[in-house]
Design a protein around this ligand. Structure first.
Ligand code: PLP
Length: 416
C-alpha cells in the first residue's frame, strides 16, 4: 500500500494503489523496483505498451517543434497527417474527422453531431452501457450506480433498451438477440418514438458493463432499424478501437457500417486525444464553432497517434491481439475449470473477463474483489467491471507476447 497524501480528494483514493515509477512494454515498475505485469494498460490506453520507443521519439520531436497550435488560427501537419491516416483505416466513407481530448468529450460531440444531423433530440442506449462521466455522457451511461448517483437531473430523452447479455439472461446468444431486439421494437411502439430518435449509442464490446461482446446479429438488427427510421448508429469504439478486439474496429466483427465512429484510449498510446468520424453528409450539418475545443487535436498527441498507427502496422498488433487474445481466453477458461465461483469467461481479442457468481446465481462481488486483490499482490495488475463489480477483466497492451500471457495466466490461477 503506498503512502497517501492527505490532500488527495477521496475520488483519487483507490483500494489497491501502486506507486508507479516507470513503465516499459507490458510492465510497470514501482518506486521500490517491483515489477508488475500490467494487464490494464491504463484502462486500454497504452496500446503499444508503456513508452514504446517510436511513440516516445515522435512525441519528443514534436515537443521541441510545436506543442500546441489551435486550429481556429493555425493548422499543423501532425493533425493533417493523422486525419489522412485515420481516413484510410476507418470504414469506407467515414472519412471526415475532428478531435477532442477524451472519450467522454467525443461522446458528447457525437451526440451533438447526431442532433445537428437529424434535427431530433433523443438517444437509445443499452443496459450496462458506459459512455463517460461528463453530463451528457453520464446520461447515456447505465452501468454502475456510482457514476450517476447524486448528480442529477441528467439529460432527458435517453431510452434504455436491454442488451443481449446471454449469460445473465440465462439464454443462448441467438435467444438473447431475439429477446433484446423484440424489447427494442416494443419500446419504440410504446415508450419512445423512433422518429424522435437521433442515435443508437453502442459499444461493440460492453466495456465497463462487463466485457460482453455484442453478438453480430444484434448490431445487424440495429443497423436495419437505424436505416428504417433514419436513426444514426454511433459505434463507441473508445475502448474497442485500434486493434483491441483482433480487428481494427470492434464493429468489424459484424457485417455493419456505423454512421459515426468515436475513438480515444488506444489512439495515442497515452496522450489525451479522441476523434469523431462520420461521412461528409453527416459532418456537413455541424458548423465551425459548434464542435471541437481548445486542445482538440493537440500537436504532440497527434504525433503520438501517428507513431501509434505506424507501430500497429509494423508490429502486426491487430493480428497479435487476435492470436494472443485467443490464447488468453483459452487459458482463462482452463483456470476457471477448477473454480466454482467463476460462472462465465468471455471476451474478444485482448479484452477478456471472468464473471464471478455465487452458487445461487447472483453476482459474487466479494470473490471477484478478493481475486483481483490476490492478483495485484502477485504482481498482476487487473481491473474489475460489470454491473456489480463482479467481473475481473484483462486488457493488456497489444504488444503482449505469448510468454507474458502464460505468465499472467499462471498468476491468475494462483490468485483464484
Ligand atoms: N466510452 C467508452 C466505451 C469507455 O470505455 C469510456 C471510458 O472507459 C468512455 C467512453 C469515456 O472515456 P474517458 O474516460 O476518456 O472520458
Amino acid at each position: 500500500m503506498v503512502e497517501q497524501s492527505a490532500r488527495l480528494s477521496p475520488v483519487l483514493k483507490q483500494a489497491t494503489p501502486v506507486l508507479a515509477a516507470r513503465g516499459e512494454g507490458v510492465h510497470i515498475y514501482d518506486e521500490d523496483g517491483r515489477r508488475y505485469l500490467d494487464f490494464t494498460a491504463g484502462i486500454g490506453v497504452t496500446s503499444t505498451g508503456h513508452c514504446h520507443p517510436k511513440v516516445v521519439e515522435a512525441a519528443q520531436k514534436q515537443v521541441g517543434t510545436l506543442i500546441h497550435g489551435q486550429y481556429t488560427t493555425v493548422m499543423h501537419r501532425p493533425l493533417l497527417r493523422l486525419t489522412e491516416e485515420l481516413g484510410s483505416v476507418l470504414p469506407e466513407g467515414l472519412d471526415r474527422l475532428f478531435y477532442v481530448n477524451s472519450g467522454s468529450e467525443a461522446v458528447e460531440a457525437a451526440l451533438r453531431l447526431a442532433r445537428q444531423a437529424t434535427g431530433r433530440q433523443n438517444a437509445v442506449v443499452f443496459e450496462g452501457s458506459f459512455h463517460g462521466r461528463t453530463m451528457a455522457a453520464a446520461s447515456l451511461t447505465t452501468s454502475g450506480t456510482k457514476i450517476r448517483a447524486g448528480i442529477g437531473p441528467l439529460m432527458p430523452g435517453v431510452a434504455v433498451a436491454p442488451f443481449p447479455y446471454a449469460y445473465r439472461l440465462g439464454m443462448n446468444e441467438e435467444q438473447a438477440v431475439e429477446y433484446a431486439l423484440a424489447e427494442l421494437d416494443y419500446m419504440f411502439a410504446t415508450v419512445t418514438s423512433p422518429k424522435d430518435t437521433a442515435a443508437f449509442f453502442i459499444e461493440p464490446v460492453l466495456g465497463e458493463g462487463g466485457y460482453v461482446p455484442v453478438p453480430p446479429a444484434f448490431l445487424e438488427g440495429l443497423r436495419r432499424r437505424a436505416d428504417e427510421h433514419g436513426i444514426l448508429l454511433v459505434a463507441d469504439e473508445v475502448q474497442t478501437g485500434f486493434g483491441r478486439t483482433g480487428r481494427f474496429w470492434g464493429h468489424e466483427h459484424a457485417a455493419v457500417r456505423p454512421d459515426v465512429v468515436i475513438t480515444a484510449k488506444g489512439l495515442a498510446s497515452g496522450f489525451p486525444l479522441s476523434a469523431i468520424a462520420a461521412p461528409e453528409s453527416i459532418m456537413e450539418r455541424a458548423w465551425p464553432g459548434s464542435q471541437g475545443g481548445t486542445y482538440g487535436g493537440n500537436a504532440v498527441a497527434c504525433a503520438a497517434a501517428l507513431a501509434t498507427l505506424e507501430v500497429i502496422r509494423e508490429e502486426g498488433l491487430v493480428e497479435n491481439a487476435a492470436r494472443n487474445g485467443e490464447r488468453l481466453l483459452t487459458g482463462l477458461r482452463k483456470a476457471a475449470e477448477g473454480h466454482a465461483r467463476v460462472g462465465d469467461v468471455r471476451g474478444l481479442g485482448l479484452m477478456a473477463a471472468s464473471e464471478f457468481t455465487t452458487p445461487d446465481g447472483s453476482p459474487d462481488t466479494e470473490t471477484a474483489t478478493k481475486a483481483h486483490k490476490a492478483a495485484t499482490e502477485r504482481g498482476l495488475l487487473l481491473l474489475t467491471c460489470g454491473p456489480h463489480g463482479n467481473v475481473v477483466r484483462m486488457i493488456p497492451p497489444l504488444v503482449v507476447d505469448a510468454d507474458q500471457i502464460d505468465e499472467a495466466l499462471a498468476l491468475w490461477s494462483e490468485a483464484l
